[in-house]
Design a protein around this ligand. Structure first.
Ligand SMILES: [Zn+2]
Length: 517
């Protein structure tokens, strides 16, 4: 029996506040999920949501899936209506997917109070709809909604729903913790009892108790062979079980090959692709795929990582396409400096004096208000300074005037072979200075015009008694591909930003070609 990794990002995931996907976005997400290697992609609810009807229509022509099966989602027939007369059921067939997932109430209280029908009629609705769809050649999965709440209040009825669906021809009955409040021990016990029915079981967990992933894994231990998940754990309220965390845990820890090793090694890139499409930025500390998932900061800790990364990492980050990062801060010792330098492509292990000087300067500068972890390029520049690499330009003088809300700036600098002069005009001091600086450098370094200022953020630092607070500025520049962030500190906010900008441009010019070090 093949294990089902069933993704519902496009249906349950889009219940997340602020997540709005066009039909085109949904097609792109489906392609990314297929590339990753999920078994099923639940595309939406045709007939109930016009955009989803449109999605299935376009998917027939535009979506060429390599591995995944596309699934239409919908409800069992309405109470007191023949199944072949129900337009919602007809819309499910019209979606022309090979698999249909039906949602049915498994909690007697919901049947009586929300659906306003009898428990017997609810069972008939399940039986009729599953039979109708299987007769039409569809594979049918049944989501038993509110199963765990129903089990607590009326165990016999919840189990009856599972049995009736399976008897009618449902291939999998998915037990849903719709309110997300069930804790792992109870969920495991309920699953074990339900598994005695002999029905193939699936699991669908929400994260309202922070246990969606743990519950999903426990359900697998108790016999579930179908897991429903969403990319990044998107979903309403606190979200659903996270596709990436569940897939990596199953594949790497439980040795259930839900996706191939090759797919897994692309997982961080797939996660980023989906986040780019949905425009919902991933959590930095997300397990496996987060930027911070394999980041090391403390001094003692990084010296151990340098000896053997497995001392402080639960897996090799490359197994999921992520990488180890070292953060430079005033906690950084020699080991962190060496690791970070190596990450940037410099071998400084044999130059212990350089490492010592860099470590001292980092501590001194952090005391003044510099923050290297927010501006890794400043660390690289500091390293280059200590390696004796000459800066590409020296500032002779600069000035700016503000009038009528516009800023005029001019700079004069020394570059190899002479002077550079530049002028700039902007709405902010940093924009005008940026233009003037790049103007002054353009004759000697023509490719600098491809770089532009992306952001300049300032923080006020704690002022000491009788002294005003200094400013920390972090400036980011990009050429559209690479981003370079540097930090500057000064009593004056404009000067802090200006120092950071000069450093950013210096580093760009110094690192266009690999520097031996
Ligand atoms: Zn759900």
């Amino acid at each position: 029996m093949d294990f089902h990794l069933y993704d519902t990002t496009l249906r349950d995931g889009t219940q997340q506040e602020g997540l709005v996907l066009t039909v085109g976005n949904k097609l792109e997400v489906a392609r990314a999920l297929d590339t990753f290697g999920v078994s099923f992609i639940e595309g939406g609810w045709p007939g109930a949501i016009p955009k989803d009807t449109e999605f299935f229509r376009r998917a027939r022509h535009e979506l060429k899936l390599r591995k995944a099966e596309l699934v239409a989602f919908g409800a069992t027939r309405r109470p007191d209506l023949a199944v072949h007369e129900d337009p919602q059921v007809a819309a499910l067939l019209a979606a022309e997917t090979s698999v249909v997932t039906l949602v049915a109430k498994a909690d007697a209280r919901h049947v009586n109070l929300a659906l306003r029908t009898t428990e017997t009629e609810n069972l008939a609705m399940i039986r009729d709809t599953v039979r109708h769809l299987t007769r039409e050649g569809r594979r049918v999965f049944l989501d038993a909604e509110h199963f765990f709440d129903g089990y607590r209040t009326s165990r016999g009825y919840a189990l009856r729903v599972v049995e009736v669906a399976a008897e009618a021809g449902a291939e999998v009955v998915v037990l849903c913790d719709t309110n997300g409040g069930t804790l792992p021990d109870e969920l495991g016990d309920i699953l074990t009892v339900t598994a005695t029915t002999g029905v193939r079981l699936g699991i669908h967990c929400h994260d309202d108790s922070g246990c969606a992933v743990a519950n999903t894994l426990l359900a697998v231990d108790a016999g579930a062979t179908h897991v429903q998940v969403t990319a990044h754990g998107y979903g309403e309220r606190c979200g659903n079980a996270n596709l990436f965390t569940v897939a990596a845990n199953l594949a790497l820890k439980k040795r259930i090959p839900v996706v191939s090793q090759d797919s897994l090694s692309e997982m961080s890139a797939v996660a980023q692709t989906i986040a780019d499409i949905t425009a919902a930025q991933p959590v930095r500390a997300a397990p496996y795929v987060g930027v911070a998932a394999f980041t090391h900061k403390a001094g003692l800790h990084t010296s151990a990582v340098r000896v053997d990364p497995s001392l402080y990492q639960h897996i090799d980050p490359e197994a999921v396409g992520n990488s180890m990062r070292t953060l430079i801060s005033d906690m950084a010792g020699r080991a962190a400096i060496e690791l970070k330098a190596k990450e940037l492509g410099y071998d400084v292990a044999s130059t212990s004096e350089v490492v010592s000087r860099v470590a001292l300067r980092v501590k001194d500068m952090e005391r003044l208000g510099y923050a290297f972890e927010t501006a890794p390029a400043s660390f690289e520049l500091l390293l280059l300074d200590e390696l004796g690499i000459k800066r590409p330009f020296e500032m002779d003088s600069w000035r700016m005037t503000i009038s009528g809300g516009r800023v005029d700036a001019s700079v004069r600098l020394e570059v190899e072979g002479g002077h550079g002069l530049g002028a700039g005009l902007g709405f902010t001091p940093i924009a005008a200075l940026d233009q003037a600086l790049r103007g002054a450098l353009a004759p000697s370094h023509p490719d600098i015009v491809e770089w532009r200022l992306v952001s300049c953020q300032c923080w006020s630092l704690d002022g000491s008694l009788g002294k005003p607070a200094a400013t920390r500025a972090v400036v980011t520049v990009t050429d559209g591909q690479r981003r370079v962030s540097t930090v500057g500190v000064d009593d004056d906010a404009v000067t802090a930003s200006w120092l950071a900008l000069q450093d950013a441009i210096s580093l760009v010019l110094l690192t266009r070609e690999p520097i031996a070090g």
